[in-house]
Write a new protein. Structure first.
Length: 140
């Protein structure tokens, strides 16, 4: 019996130490496909997910800088208030299904999913405390 528990414990430890992607690429790709009818890009991309719970100041600031954000694609909940001119911009997609509001990568309101080669390599959350540093990173 002790041997069986030891083997199970070793198997658990070994599986925890395997390198791999800690993000759910297929889940995020499914969200993109079901909500916006496209898939993750092969090239590097910064997906900015804006939910109805986002800080309005952070939403306004990130949308004002949308043309300066490198490889930025904005995925915005239908419930977010923003100027009509923004919605007519390239790389701004409106979510009419409320999937963005429920997405795990949106955090407290605004999430940034960074991808390359159709894989997620980083997730950041935008809020009042880090907006300047995060947007500066994305605009380089």
């Amino acid at each position: 019996m002790r041997i069986r528990y030891s083997i199970v414990l070793l198997a658990m430890i070994a599986s925890c130490s395997k390198p791999g992607n800690k993000y759910n690429d297929s889940g995020f790709n499914k969200y993109l496909n079901e909500t916006f009818h496209f898939e993750m890009q092969q090239d590097s991309c910064n997906y900015i997910l804006i939910s109805k719970n986002g800080c309005q100041g952070c939403i306004n600031t990130s949308l004002m800088l949308r043309r300066q954000i490198r490889n930025g694609v904005f995925l915005i909940s239908e419930n977010v208030m923003y100027r009509k001119a923004v919605s007519e911009s390239m790389h701004v997609f409106k979510d009419t299904t409320e999937n963005t509001d429920r997405n795990i990568y949106v955090g407290g309101g605004i999430g940034i999913v960074r991808t390359a080669n159709k894989k997620i390599y980083d997730v950041m959350y935008l809020d009042v405390n880090n907006i300047d540093s995060v947007l500066h990173l994305l605009c380089k």
